[in-house]
Design a protein around this ligand. Structure first.
Ligand code: HEM
Length: 395
């Protein structure tokens, strides 16, 4: 299937990204200032939080800080999505879908999907000695993993990724978002209908047939989950892998150290997630008058937490702006969020990075930045990562 997209769509996205190449300066400044509720310019109130303790206080208290703001913005395009649910509704829904991510499924995905997919992509580029690893590897690999997990033919994965990007951009480009949402549902419908009567050992069958206290998901909730999975699971992991490769290629000595001692791999991955998460933001809405650290927050205020800023908070992580896998992580980082909505796919994301990094370094010996290309730049606000990563290796 040929991937197709409206021509002005990427241009618009690119312009929005251009406006925010390096948000760290603003985030560093935010950590130094006391929190303050402001006018959002549209007749409402908003509060940005940057410190670790403030971010944790909000994400831990899901009774007061609701994700309904996510449901309002993304619901029209994705349908009922778990990130936008609160309380008992979220508990029941998460209980039903989380079984699909049990450790036996992860073990199977590792051998049947994750390792073969990364190696197949590497087969395609290894003899060449030169590539843009974002376009040819990091962007394609997690997309294919999610497609494989869902039971979508891998050849359609790139089209699927485009639809997903367009669905995610729905709040900015409603027409594009609605069209892509419909296209994805139409595409998935025969697979979902088939799994209803012929369940297989795959994620779609799992969520269709999952049952707790006699309750099952209806079609709307099934599609809501499937439409969330690609943007939540592929875009994020692709970008994080790009970030990990970028730091390894730009921090002297680390590639060699890692290749002589693979026991450092988990430290490298966790420090990379702490230092630069691909999905650094979370939004909430206060459901009642409340406060954080003495700052009064009226009901209805929208809050924006920057987890990457919390992850660099000097009060918790000395010299937090520095990527240093040798550091002791005094408390777990917040790259996968915190509390009720803690990332459902974090074990899969870690697994993908744990499999991909050794495979890449093994199959592309002497990997280094391409001296004839622009050095990689980690950029973006809502999603961060390198857009290109030009490298060469020995063949
Ligand atoms: C490095 C990769 C990833 C990062 C940085 C990441 C980050 C996050 C964050 C920060 C949240 C919480 C958002 C909030 O509280 O507002 C979240 C939630 C979620 N993530 Fe991930 N994620 C990653 C990979 C994945 C993967 C691979 C999947 C699935 C295959 C996934 C599925 C989800 C889902 C379904 C939720 C919503 C959970 C809920 O509402 O209970 N993520 N992720």
């Amino acid at each position: 299937m040929d991937a197709q997209e409206p021509s002005d769509f990427h241009e618009g996205l690119a312009q929005a990204e251009e406006a925010a190449i390096n948000p760290h300066k603003e985030w560093d400044r935010g950590r130094a200032e006391p929190p303050e509720v402001r006018d959002d310019g549209f007749g409402g109130r908003m509060l940005n939080l940057y410190r670790r303790d403030h971010t944790e206080a909000v994400l831990r208290n899901s009774a007061v800080f609701s994700t309904r703001v996510v449901a309002e913005s993304m619901g029209p395009f994705m349908g009922p999505l778990m990130l936008g649910m609160d309380g008992d509704e979220h508990t029941a829904y998460r209980g039903l879908v989380s079984r699909a991510f049990r450790s036996s499924a992860l073990a199977r995905w590792e051998t049947e999907l994750v390792a073969p997919i990364v190696n197949e992509l590497l087969d395609g580029i290894a003899p060449r000695g030169r590539a843009d690893l974002v376009a040819e590897l990091t962007q394609r690999f997690p997309t294919r993993v999610i497609a494989g997990i869902m039971g979508v033919p891998l050849d359609d994965a790139d089209q699927f990724r485009l639809w997903s990007e367009q669905v995610s951009a729905g709040p900015l480009y409603p027409e594009v978002g609605h069209e892509a949402s419909q296209a994805m549902r139409d595409y998935l419908r025969p697979i979902v209908e088939d799994r209803k009567v012929n369940p297989r050992d795959d994620l779609i069958s799992d969520i269709i047939h999952a049952e707790i206290d006699g309750q099952r998901l209806d079609d709307e909730h099934i599609y809501g989950f499937l439409l969330l999975l690609m943007p939540a699971g592929a875009e994020t992991t692709s970008r994080e892998l790009g970030i990990a490769l970028t730091v390894l290629l730009t921090h002297d000595g680390w590639l060699d150290r890692l290749q002589t001692d693979w026991s450092l791999l988990d430290q490298v991955i966790e420090e990379t997630l702490r230092w630069e998460s691909s999905a650094p933001l979370a939004t909430r809405e206060a459901t009642e008058d409340t406060e954080v650290d003495g700052c009064p927050i009226p009901a209805g205020t929208r809050l924006m937490m920057t987890m990457t800023s919390a992850n660099r908070d000097e009060r918790v992580y000395p010299d937090g702006d520095r990527w240093n896998p040798d550091r002791e992580q005094p408390v777990p980082h917040m790259a996968f969020g915190w509390g009720r909505h803690l990332c459902l796919g974090m074990h899969l994301a870690r697994l993908e990075m744990r499999v991909a990094l050794p495979a890449i370094l093994d199959r592309l010996p002497g990997l280094r930045l391409d001296p004839d290309a622009e050095p990689p730049l980690i950029r973006g606000v809502a999603f961060r990562g390198p857009e290109e990563l030009h490298v060469v290796w020995d063949v």
